[in-house]
Design a protein around this ligand. Structure first.
Ligand code: HEC
Length: 197
């Protein structure tokens, strides 16, 4: 019952984007365990990041928060990816770290999220998944979950940043685009890939 429902949801969402993209990709029933695993992994990644960030900011303000995001975000992603046997990351239409740039599939989904937000969907509920062939023709399960901008994020991603934060960001991310966000904006998304047998 539950899995039939999830499959329908996936199919509806895919039908929704198929108009925006050329090749429609229908999730197979075999992908369903991956959906569950991806939801859990995205949640764990989010909590771990938030915890590290809040701790650093309590101890040393936003500038030490930047250091934590710079040094630990990728490490947390790598650790969780190994533990969960999938590839976990974050991406956005406006990136800070160029290593987080979206690929074509991610770009289409981020635009789809913005469109669904405009149509009134809650940002914290936006997710999308599909089974696609990657560049090498490998069947791959892909999953994305939107990340809303919270008040906590604004000292480093908001419209007005302190001179200290501005200086530190300039030093570490000379091409930073990830600012100017308001609370409730779509900041980006968790993104997960898992090659299928
Ligand atoms: C103390 C500063 C700081 C705060 C507060 C902060 N971030 Fe970031 N954020 C960063 C830095 C630095 C990076 C780049 C990390 C890296 O190098 O991978 C980043 C990267 C990201 C990325 C990855 C995409 C990209 O732009 O490279 C997302 C998504 C993101 N932040 C979301 C958030 C959200 C959501 C919040 C609030 C819950 C938040 N951030 C709060 C500093 C911050």
């Amino acid at each position: 019952m539950k899995s039939a429902l999830m499959l329908t949801l996936g199919a509806v969402l895919v039908a929704g984007t198929a108009q925006a993209r050329q090749e429609p990709a229908v999730p197979s029933p075999g992908a369903l365990p991956e959906v569950k695993a991806s939801r859990a992994a995205a949640q764990q990644f989010g909590s771990a990041l938030k915890e590290a960030l809040q701790q650093a900011m309590q101890n040393g303000g936003p500038v030490s928060g930047i250091a934590v995001c710079h040094d630990k975000a990728a490490q947390i992603a790598t650790d969780l990816s190994q533990k969960q046997d999938l590839l976990l990351g974050r991406t956005s239409l406006k990136i800070r770290n160029p290593a987080n740039a979206p690929d074509n599939w991610e770009l289409a989904v981020l635009k789809q999220f913005e469109a669904r937000k405009t149509q009134g969907e809650a940002v914290d509920k936006l997710e999308f998944f599909a089974v696609i062939d990657d560049d090498q023709g490998q069947k791959t399960f892909r999953y994305m979950k939107a990340i809303p901008t919270a008040a906590l994020c604004l000292s480093c991603h908001g419209e007005t940043l302190s001179p200290e934060v501005t200086a530190k960001l300039k030093e570490l991310y000379p091409n930073d685009q990830a600012r100017g966000f308001k609370e409730g904006d779509l900041r980006g998304a968790f993104t997960i890939a898992k090659p299928l047998p």
